[in-house]
Design a binder for this molecule. Sequence first.
Ligand code: TYM
Length: 342
Amino acid sequence: MSDTAFTPRVFSGIQPSGNLHLGNYLGALKRFVDWQGKGVETVYCMVDLHAITVWQNPADLRHSTRELCAGFIAAGLDPEKSILINQSQVPEHAQLAWIFNCVARMGWMQRMTQWKDKAGKNQQNASLGLFAYPALMAADILVYHATHVPVGEDQKQHLELTRDIAIKFNNDFGVDFFPVTEPVIEGAATRVMSLRDGSKKMSKSDVSDMSRINMTDDADTIAKKIRKAKTDPEALPSEAEGLEERPEARNLVEIYAALNEQSVDQVLADVGGKQFSEFKPMLAELAVEKLAPISSEMARLMNDTSEIDKILSRGAQRAREVTAPVLRKTYDIVGMVPPVET
Ligand code: TYM
């Protein structure tokens, strides 16, 4: 089947399960903002149903969902231009996920590296939701017939599974109904690494807060974390090949490039030969310049969460105009008897 029959539509999501960090911003959120200007419909989601696949304190979850929405807006997403939603207010996500639970195979889920990482050694004690996580993710995307999904590198395998689910559904029922979605993994920082260990990705679950820059960090904290970031004793190279085998150096250069909207080669053309004692203050200054306005705008928006709640409700209404007909049609294809006027 061809993907081209489907009107282009962008969908992506972030979990409201703690702090929004620089990896989320450079790998995903900044890219979401880029798509907003391309004349394509864009839908961005706070995936609260995904967040509860591991334990969330209810009050914290509510706070994080609103704060994530504030982060979306502060980073440049305009609720008039993009549809902003939290997943649980658009019930068709969970309803389509059930259908996909019946299409996807256990073996597909077992192969997911995120499942293996998150469930750890004690898989028997992980939630059923954590195992079925990728089917809900496929539903998020396909309930909009989304064609493009901007994400960081770590979501690649889940997006391949989304394609497998769409293809199997279409084959099983002999239809051309769900698009085969394109992952869009772009930019200089598709995999931002921990500031303490260049072999681990920056993540909200790292116990050390010094390993990541949170979007709520103030200027002093951002500068301190960069000053203390792990590096090696060599000067910076003048070409990208010189960063091979130097994961910490590469990470800081990629962060600089992504924040400054340059390529790694362009950055190295300027800073090649400099020591980290000179480069780190440059990076800290750039990071503060780009991130501090976002964190202060987030704080301002969080002063009035009723405004955020209205934005999410309005987003859900707009979203359901798309998702309700797609779900109804899916049910028809599968063979569910439709409701009639009584
Ligand atoms: P989540 O919440 O873990 O991360 C949100 C987005 O941030 C990206 N990201 C990173 N990018 C670069 N470097 C990093 N260190 C880094 N850490 C995170 C992720 O790749 C992601 O794009 N399963 C998804 C949420 C989701 C979703 C969806 C995404 C649910 N449904 C449908 C796209 C479409 C997740 O857990 O992302």
